[in-house]
Design a binder for this molecule. Structure first.
Ligand code: UGA
Length: 437
């Protein structure tokens, strides 16, 4: 099939590359000419394991092209996937739908053939119906154009696998014809027995919002339990393992620590609760406010624990921070818990030196007031306390005996609960973790 992918940020680029891998002819379109130039040359402008080789494969097979002209997409494709961002509106909890509306407004009048427009962005429930009405008023007379919603559940750092081997496909459609079109798009995945749920537009939109709200709730639940564990002298990691053995609960997304961040979970929880409020459904909105409140409290708790470790004040202290990305496996620092903690400590008078294996460039732009080091040992040089805030696998392999010779005072806060704490204590470190006494 001839498919356009409009918006080639993280989600769009992955989607375009994977659709070409599934055998379609794909045109990726974005107004960011630097990004389009990079992708057209086979360079992925962000960290996503496995994507570059598939991009190069799609380009050299001639199935994948890129353009900055939306009009090219309008005349080319039978199916248009809209993958533009829906960030949080400044000064509000709601999502900014401006990019999405702009794409519909610019695409619709330029269409020259019957087609299906498919939203993939995460949106407040009701958006798809509104955009479908808007589309209907803007398309040229005589064309048959409809709108569907196909939310995306991929995780950064695992995006290729999540797209080519998804847990499920969800489509919100207004007709069986649109359902058949989307079944054809995903024919290869359906042949591999991927669960496929075809539903109405509103349920498809809510599926994504609810999935992210549930994942956030799971993280905040274990972090709420972590607070109780700290107060009661219990160990939250062992407790999470015990809960995880119950197949009704499961261990995934029960890792306690600094809490969730990134470009999706935080803004999607806020947008979901704002939409629930708009719909007059007060209970769910208050519930999700608590999820957010518990999450924010973890960052403040990390700052408090670190301050206690250095004796009550950060003034004149050297603080080493291991990790800047919002999670390991990505160079994304949007709403990063690690950077938020580092910045708060810097604001209290410490010298803060940060290391991250992939995210330093983005972190420098987001938090230029911090110092950056190109290796973990350099970040820890003469440190009064080391904060482990993003659980990159290489930090688990740090040798506590060797690092003890690098720091000024051997104190460690494990904000992600993955270090072998006994080894560090045996090597003479004072260690605090988030969720144990
Ligand atoms: C999330 C969802 O997992 C995807 O399904 C969804 O498609 C995506 O958002 C999106 O809306 O686009 P992602 O933002 O890549 O994916 O990150 P996650 O892997 O969900 O992690 C989110 C945050 O939760 C991270 O800061 C991570 O450190 C934290 N987390 C996760 C915990 O603190 N504990 C856990 O047990 C798991």
């Amino acid at each position: 099939m001839r498919i356009s992918v409009i918006g080639t940020g993280h989600l769009g680029a992955v989607h375009a590359v994977c659709l070409a891998e599934l055998g379609h002819e794909v045109l990726g379109v974005d107004t960011d000419s630097a990004m389009i130039a990079a992708l057209a040359e086979g360079r992925v402008p962000f960290h996503e394991p496995g994507l570059t080789s598939l991009l190069i494969g799609g380009l050299s097979a001639g199935r994948l092209r890129f353009s900055t002209a939306l009009a090219d997409a309008a005349t080319f494709a039978d199916v248009h996937f809209v993958c533009v961002g829906t960030p949080q509106l400044p000064g509000s909890l709601r999502a900014d739908l401006g990019h999405l509306e702009a794409v519909i407004d610019r695409l619709a009048p330029n269409l020259t053939r019957d087609c299906l427009v498919v939203g993939k962005s995460t949106v407040p429930v009701g958006t798809a119906a509104r955009l479908a009405a808007r589309l209907a008023t803007l398309i040229p007379n005589g064309l048959n154009v409809s709108l569907a919603w196909n939310p995306e559940f991929l995780r950064e750092g695992n995006a290729v696998q999540d797209t080519l081997r998804p847990d499920r496909l969800v489509v919100g459609v207004a007709s069986s014809r649109d359902d058949a079109t989307l079944r054809a798009v995903y024919a290869r995945l359906l042949a591999e027995d991927t669960p496929y749920v075809s539903t109405d537009l509103a349920t498809a939109e809510l599926a994504k919002a609810a999935a992210n709200a549930f994942l956030a709730t799971k993280v905040s639940f274990i972090n709420a339990v972590a607070e109780v564990c700290e107060a009661a002298g219990a160990d939250v990691v062992t407790l999470a393992d015990i809960l995880g053995y119950d197949s009704r609960i499961g261990r995934r997304f029960l890792s306690p620590g600094l809490g969730y961040g990134g470009g999706c979970l935080p803004k999607d929880v806020r947008a979901f609760l704002a939409r629930a409020d708009e719909l007059g459904v007060v209970g769910p909105a208050r519930f999700l406010e608590q999820v957010e409140e518990i999450n924010g409290a973890r960052r403040r708790r990390a700052v408090d624990l670190a301050r206690t470790l250095v004796g009550g004040s950060f003034v004149g202290q050297n603080v080493a921070v291991l990790g800047a990305a919002f999670k390991p496996g990505t160079d994304d620092v949007r709403d990063s818990p690690a950077l938020a903690v580092a910045s708060a400590i810097r604001a209290e008078g410490a010298v803060v030196r940060v290391h991250d294996p992939w995210a330093t460039d983005n972190a420098r732009l987001a938090a230029p007031q911090l110092d950056y080091a190109d290796g973990p040992e350099k970040a820890c040089d003469s440190a009064d306390v080391v904060l482990h805030l993003t659980e990159w696998p290489q930090y688990r392999d740090l040798d506590p005996v060797r690092l003890r010779g690098v720091v000024r005072v051997p104190r460690m806060l494990d904000g992600r609960n993955v270090l072998a704490i006994e080894q560090w204590r045996d090597a003479g470190w004072t260690v605090r973790s988030m969720g144990a006494a």
